[in-house]
Design a protein around this ligand. Structure first.
Ligand SMILES: *[C@@H]1O[C@H](CO)[C@@H](O)[C@H](O)[C@H]1NC(C)=O
Ligand SMILES: CC(=O)N[C@H]1CO[C@H](CO)[C@@H](O)[C@@H]1O
Length: 383
C-alpha cells in the first residue's frame, strides 16, 4: 500500500498534462467546425442540419449564388431531437436548379407537380453512408419539385411498425390544416430506394383529379412475393388514418395471425379485405419501385444504356423513377456503387437515352381503370 503514495502526484500531473493537450486539440477542432457552420448558416435549407456533415468544403464557392427562393427550411423536415437528416450540400442545391431547368426543357412529360405531394421516410439508428446518399436523391427530387421530404429520426413504435406510426403522425398533422393547404398525397419511400429520374413529378403517377377516381386512396405495387411496401402513395384523408390505425393495431386484435414481414404483411392482409380493397389501386412494380439488376455488370449496362434484351421487366433501367435495393445482398456497397455511378449519368431525357418512359402507360392505366377494363398485365406490369 505505502509504495503507491509517492506515485499519486506524478500520475495526477501526467493526467493533467494529457488533459490540457487533448483539450487544446479538441478546442481547435471545434472551432474549425464552428467556422464551417457559420459560413453555411445563411444558406442552410433546413434548420438543424448545419454542422452535422462537412460536405460543404467541396462547394464553398457557390454559397452566395443560391437563390433566396430556395433558401428555406420547409423543404427537408426531420422529426425528433436526433439529427438524422442528411446534409444538402451547395452542390445539390445547384443541381436542383439546373435539373429543374433541364427537366422542364427535355422531359417528354409535364415536370411541374400538379398536386401538393411529399416524400416520407425514416432514418433511425447509426447513419449509414448508403442510406444517406439514397435519402439525398429523394431530397434532391423534393428540391427540384419544390415539395417536401419528411424524415423520422426517432422510434415511435418497434421495428418496421415505426413507419406506420410516423405516417399516422404526418397524416394527423396535415389533417389539422385547412383542406386548401394540406398535402394531398404522400409517397412513402424506404431509405434503400434511390431516385433515378428526378424529372418525373410524383403527381404523374396519380389518377386524374376527377370524381371517377375520388375513391382511390392508396396506390401500391407487388414484387415477386406480393405487396411491397417499400414505396407506395396514399391520399391525405380520414381513410388513410383509419387504414394505418388498423395496421398498427393488427397485432393486438389478431395476435394469432402470423406476420412474416411485420407491418408489410399486416398491410397486405388488410387492404385485400372488402372494406378497403376498392380504394386501392395496384400499379406495375417498376413504375416507382424497380429492382436493380443483380449481375456484376449492372452499373456499366445502366450507365451505358446497354441493357440486355432479356433484362427482366421489373429491373431498373434508364427512364425509371427509382431503384429499390430490397433484400439485395451486400446492399450498402451496391447502393454506394450505384449512387457514385449515377453522379456521372446525365439527365436521361436531355441525352435522349431513356429505355423506358411510363408516361403513356400511366395514362392508359387510369383510362382503363375508369372504364372498368384494367387487365392483369396492366396491373402487374408483367409483359
Ligand atoms: C423550377 O422552374 C420553375 C419554372 O421554370 C420555377 O418556377 C421554379 O421556381 C424552379 N424551381 C427550382 C427549385 O429551381
Ligand atoms: C469547387 C466547386 O464547387 N466549384 C463549383 C462552383 O460553382 C459552379 C456553379 O456555379 C460549379 O459548377 C462548380 O462545380
Amino acid at each position: 500500500m505505502s509504495p503507491s503514495g509517492p506515485w499519486v502526484p506524478k500520475v495526477l500531473i501526467a493526467v493533467l498534462t494529457l488533459g490540457i493537450f487533448y483539450q487544446l486539440l479538441w478546442y481547435s477542432q471545434t472551432s474549425l467546425s464552428t467556422t464551417t457552420c457559420t459560413e453555411n448558416t445563411g444558406s442552410a435549407w433546413f434548420q438543424g442540419v448545419v454542422g452535422t456533415h462537412s460536405e460543404h468544403g467541396e462547394d464553398a464557392n457557390t454559397t452566395d449564388t443560391v437563390p433566396p427562393s430556395l433558401d428555406n427550411d420547409k423543404t427537408h423536415i426531420s422529426y425528433g431531437p436526433t439529427q438524422c437528416m442528411p446534409a444538402f450540400s451547395d452542390r445539390l442545391k445547384h443541381l436542383a436548379i439546373t435539373q429543374n431547368e433541364t427537366c422542364a426543357k427535355h422531359a417528354p412529360f409535364q415536370t411541374q407537380e400538379t398536386r401538393r405531394v411529399a416524400l416520407a421516410s425514416i432514418n433511425t439508428g447509426d447513419p449509414e453512408e448508403a442510406y444517406q446518399r439514397a435519402l439525398q436523391s429523394q431530397m434532391l427530387h423534393s428540391a427540384i419539385h419544390e415539395t417536401s421530404t419528411h424524415i423520422l429520426c426517432e422510434d415511435l413504435a418497434d421495428g418496421a411498425w415505426n413507419k406506420i406510426a410516423f405516417l399516422l403522425n404526418l397524416l394527423m398533422t396535415e389533417m389539422l390544416k385547412p383542406a386548401s393547404s394540406r398535402l394531398e398525397w404522400i409517397m412513402w419511400i424506404d431509405r434503400d430506394v434511390i431516385v433515378l429520374d428526378t424529372c418525373r413529378p410524383l403527381s404523374s403517377f396519380l389518377p386524374p383529379p376527377t370524381a371517377a377516381f375520388d375513391k382511390i386512396n392508396l396506390i401500391t405495387n407487388h414484387d415477386a412475393l406480393g405487396l411491397n411496401a417499400g414505396v407506395f402513395m396514399f391520399r391525405v384523408n380520414e381513410w388513410s388514418i383509419q387504414l394505418f390505425n388498423t395496421i398498427l393495431a393488427f397485432r393486438y386484435f389478431r395476435p394469432d395471425q402470423d406476420l412474416v414481414l411485420a407491418e408489410q404483411t399486416a398491410m397486405e392482409i388488410i387492404i385485400q379485405e372488402d372494406q378497403w380493397k376498392d380504394a386501392v389501386a395496384r400499379v406495375p412494380w417498376y413504375w416507382f419501385n424497380a429492382y436493380p439488376k443483380l449481375e456484376d455488370d449492372s452499373l456499366d449496362t445502366y450507365r451505358e444504356g446497354s441493357e440486355p434484351d432479356d433484362l427482366e421487366w421489373f429491373r431498373a433501367r434508364k427512364g425509371d423513377f427509382a431503384v429499390h435495393f430490397a433484400g439485395v445482398g451486400g446492399r450498402s456497397e451496391r447502393m454506394l456503387e450505384w449512387t457514385e455511378m449515377l453522379d456521372h449519368v446525365d439527365n436521361v431525357w436531355e441525352k435522349g437515352d431513356a429505355l423506358r418512359d411510363v408516361t403513356g402507360e400511366i395514362q392508359t392505366y387510369w383510362e382503363s381503370y375508369e372504364s372498368g377494363g384494367l387487365t392483369d398485365a396492366q396491373i402487374s406490369g408483367e409483359p
